[in-house]
Design a protein around this ligand. Structure first.
Ligand code: 1Q0
Length: 212
């Protein structure tokens, strides 16, 4: 993945590689998809720094596991959940000895992935004159905001206001004409949605959706 320029195609490729044949989620590609998204966020300016910083922190935690001594236990989200639960490596009800478990860290990105899915879908069907700030805020209100305290919601709301307009936004995506953007989004949204649903089902089954 290139270090400087963002391309939506690269993010798409990462999320494509995420799913194994039996629909397990490869952590490596999941993290790599997020790395690409953060690159995009950074290119939008320093107002988004506080969001990017939090995302990078979480990406680094997961990278640490991927490169650590138990890396084989972290190959997929399914393996990670099993390994961490079997070995009591997750704080289940309140924060304790494992504030940086893979499970709780991934859950934060997972919730953000729902926001992304909603936002990209809005963007895909949007008309020329629609405001990205409104699409982004609507997607956020319907998803991630429920997990954030007032002060974070307020800061996020302020940041959304300075998002570039739809046309400039499409340009930063680096995939070509508006038609091409819409077409790549048409491919990206169902993929992201599938990765989200698989993780959501797994976390629901294991009662991990409220990890502190
Ligand atoms: C394009 C505008 C981007 C707007 C991003 C929306 C998300 C807003 C989230 C704001 C919250 C960030 C501050 C920290 C919050 C944490 O407290 C919270 C919980 O963690 P913890 O450890 O305290 O329990 N963290 C989170 O909820 C994680 C948030 C991660 C957000 C990652 C966003 C990455 C954004 C990528 C830009 C995508 C651009 C999409 C269009 C590009 C085309 C593919």
């Amino acid at each position: 993945m290139s270090l400087v320029t963002f391309s939506l195609q690269e993010v798409l490729d990462a999320f494509k590689l995420c799913l194994s044949e039996n629909k397990e989620v490869y952590l490596e590609h999941y993290v790599s998809g997020w790395r690409g998204l953060v690159k995009f966020l950074n290119s939008l300016g320093s107002v988004f720094g506080f969001i990017s910083k939090d995302a990078v922190g979480k990406i680094k935690i997961l990278e640490g596991y991927l490169e650590g001594d138990n890396s084989s236990q972290y190959a997929t989200v399914q393996l990670m959940v099993k390994y961490e639960l079997d070995n009591q490596l997750v704080d289940l009800t309140k924060r304790g000895n494992h504030p940086e478990s893979g499970c709780r860290t991934l859950l934060r990105l997972h919730r953000a992935l729902r926001w992304l899915e909603l936002f990209l879908e809005r963007l895909r069907v949007s008309g020329q004159d629609e405001k990205t700030s409104v699409m982004c805020a609507d997607a956020y209100d319907q998803s991630l905001s429920q997990h954030h305290p007032w002060v974070v919601r307020k800061a996020a709301g302020l940041a959304f206001c300075v998002l570039p307009g739809r046309e400039a936004f499409f340009q930063v995506m680096n995939v070509g004409s508006a038609e091409q953007v819409v077409s790549v989004l048409g491919e990206a949204v169902p993929l992201i949605s599938e990765v989200y649903q698989i993780t959501e089902t797994l976390y629901a089954e294991q009662q991990l959706l409220q990890l502190p």
